[in-house]
Design a protein around this ligand. Structure first.
Ligand SMILES: O=P(O)(O)OC[C@H]1O[C@H](OP(=O)(O)OP(=O)(O)O)[C@H](O)[C@@H]1O
Ligand SMILES: O=c1cc[nH]c(=O)[nH]1
Length: 216
């Protein structure tokens, strides 16, 4: 199931507009903060579907029985572009555990690329909700590789994928690979270039957050 968070107009539309706008997106602190804000909204939406439990707390005046998250999720991301979106999610789901995957596009002489993954560190996800943050769901190849590896750490109760911008093709690829996943995306764009860039998209999320990388 996919939820496009900007479909119903709200503040999130303005933040996505700023991520895309060439006159604004090079303000790196604002770019990262807008990614974080999308992560915060996604975390809030995800929290509505988390399993709840009843707990009793003591106020200064009385006891009260309230609802709390029953099982804390594990929040994960793909380095490096995913970090600001991840930080936004973690700032709301602030008792979660966290995991990290490093993946990059390795280009060949014809500029075709494959996904190279060389780092995974993640707590046990058995019986817990798993959230995977990846700001740009382009072809979906990075997410598929990352999730495949993450699932070696246990079977989650729920799988949530959070992206700021996704291509229609990327969403369909993930839906096919993980039909039970809940996909939370800021906006879905129709285009994907031959080099795997979302159009109109926003360009390179990692470079805009942290500086232009040297090609490997
Ligand atoms: O859906 P895909 O086609 O796999 O592409 C999406 C990947 O591209 C982005 O990473 P990028 O390589 O831009 O990040 P970096 O700057 O952190 O290397 C993004 O964070 C995804 O991981
Ligand atoms: O459009 C895209 C695709 C992959 N990675 C990005 O940063 N942007």
């Amino acid at each position: 199931m996919v939820t496009e968070l900007s479909k119903q107009f709200s503040l999130i539309n303005s933040w996505i507009n700023e991520l895309r706008n060439v006159d604004i997106q090079h303000d790196r602190m604002r770019f990262r903060r807008n990614m974080e804000r999308i992560g915060e909204i996604a975390a809030f939406e995800i929290s509505k579907g988390l399993e709840k439990k009843e707990v009793e707390i003591q106020t200064p005046l009385d006891k009260i029985t309230v609802q709390e998250i029953a099982v804390q999720p594990v929040i994960t991301t793909i380095l490096r572009a995913g970090v600001p979106l991840f930080e936004g999610i973690l700032s709301y789901l602030d008792r979660a555990d966290c995991g990290f995957v490093a993946a990059y596009r390795k280009h060949d002489a014809n500029d075709y690329f494959s996904i190279k993954q060389d780092y995974l560190t993640c707590p046990n996800i058995e019986g817990r909700p798993l959230i995977v943050a990846d700001p740009m769901l382009a072809t979906g190849a990075s997410l598929i590789e990352a999730i495949k590896d993450l699932l070696t750490n246990g079977t989650p109760t729920q799988l949530h994928i959070v992206a700021a911008i996704a291509s229609r093709q990327g969403v369909e690829t993930i839906e096919k690979a993980y039909p039970d996943a809940k996909i939370w995306v800021g906006a879905i764009d129709e285009g994907l270039t031959s080099k795997g860039y979302i159009t109109p998209g926003l360009g390179d999320a990692g470079d805009l957050s942290y500086g232009e990388k040297l090609q490997r």
